[in-house]
Design a protein around this ligand. Structure first.
Ligand code: HEM
Length: 339
């Protein structure tokens, strides 16, 4: 299928998963907050990758934290993956983006599989929890589903879990997403870029790597036994940054022989070597959230010399899909690159 046609199908599929999607907004990760700061490479980063932001000079950074749902209704307290999109501002007005989320793996290994998964995950009506239903499900060995939240009328969890029962590649992400919960703060979650990238070292050596952000404040989730609270994540981040910078460590996992290089449904083993590539320090929540959050358009294909995409078909398809999504919602084009 032509790249642009697949992009259209992907964006349509994402929109279909959020029936209350509002035109002019992001069809996924709709609710978010933009923050600013800087990134300083670690002393060893330049030995591993020649990309400009890893070569010592501090660079400005724009970050957007988000809830992954495409619904315009916030529901911070609901179980959902969270996103962290980072733009590193480079010399001459250039930029490179890194998009990450709180799941360790993705739902699908190809864009075609994602279309089928998204179809299965279209939200369906949910019933309030009933004890007899839980017992019947337990006896039939049905996987337990999380109870709907107060006021929740539809959910994609049943559909995605049923799909993953038949498609093993989707299982890890679908199970993780169903029971993930909510972080106490956007600053207290680990965000994974999921795909494999190829970095070039100063001697020309190319390595397969994956990136993730580790929060300096540590990881903490909301206690699932307490009643869910809504709409706290943005205020919490504002308070936190007003008092002290929020820091994240950028870690790069180096792949080894046999690691899946083109499949984002498979996380790499936890004991792989990780390189500390630098520290992101977030210091400001800009007042103009329209310009510094809503209008921004990140793209996982916006890379710079020294970092290249692997042959991961999902990563490749995302490049055109995000550009189409940006066009559809009227986001600002990046004038300095040809994404
Ligand atoms: C086939 C796979 C995927 C599709 C079709 C897809 C689609 C989209 C779309 C259409 C948007 C809105 C873009 C915009 O209007 O600016 C978006 C946002 C986003 N996606 Fe994905 N996505 C996919 C996979 C992923 C993966 C694997 C990750 C994590 C590594 C991810 C993380 C994000 C984040 C963090 C945002 C919000 C960016 C922002 O704050 O502007 N997505 N996605």
């Amino acid at each position: 299928m032509a790249e642009r046609d697949m992009a259209r199908h992907l964006v349509d599929a994402v929109i279909a998963d959020s029936p209350d999607h509002k035109r002019g907004t992001r069809p996924a990760h709709t609710i978010g907050i933009g923050v600013k700061g800087h990134f300083r490479a670690s002393p060893v980063a330049r030995d591993w990758c020649v990309a400009e932001h890893f070569c010592g000079r501090e660079v400005e950074a724009s970050v957007r934290f988000s809830n992954s749902s495409g619904s315009p209704v916030q529901h911070d307290g609901w179980s959902d993956a969270r996103g962290m999109a980072t733009r590193f501002h480079l010399s001459g007005g250039g930029a490179t983006d890194l998009l990450a989320m709180t799941l360790r793996e993705f739902f699908s290994a190809t864009p075609e599989d994602f279309l089928a998964f998204a179809q299965a995950a279209i939200p369906r009506p949910v019933e309030p929890p009933r004890p007899w239903r839980k017992i019947a499900d337990m006896l039939r060995l049905f996987p337990p589903l999380p109870d709907p939240y107060p006021g929740q009328r539809t959910s994609s969890v049943g559909g995605s879990m049923a799909y993953s029962g038949l498609h093993s590649a989707s299982q890890l992400a679908a199970f993780d997403a169903s029971f993930l919960g909510a972080p106490v703060s956007y600053a207290r979650a680990t965000y994974n870029a999921v795909h494999t990238f190829i970095v070039t070292a100063p001697d020309g050596t190319e390595r397969y790597v994956r990136f993730f952000w580790q929060p300096a404040a540590g990881v903490e989730m909301v206690n699932p036994d307490l009643p869910p609270i809504d709409n706290y994540l943005q205020a919490e981040l504002r308070d936190r940054i007003a008092n002290w910078p929020v820091e994240f460590l950028l870690l790069m996992t180096v792949g080894e022989m046999g690691d899946p290089l083109t499949d984002p449904t498979k996380a790499w083993p936890l004991h792989r070597m990780r390189i500390n590539m630098g520290t992101l320090c977030l210091t400001e929540v800009p007042d103009d959230q329209q310009a510094h959050c809503e209008q921004l358009a990140f793209n996982p294909g916006r890379l710079t010399d020294g970092i290249a995409m692997s042959d991961d078909p999902v990563l490749i398809a995302r490049k055109a899909a995000y550009e189409l999504s940006r066009e559809l919602r009227g986001g600002a084009a990046c004038p300095f690159d040809a994404v």
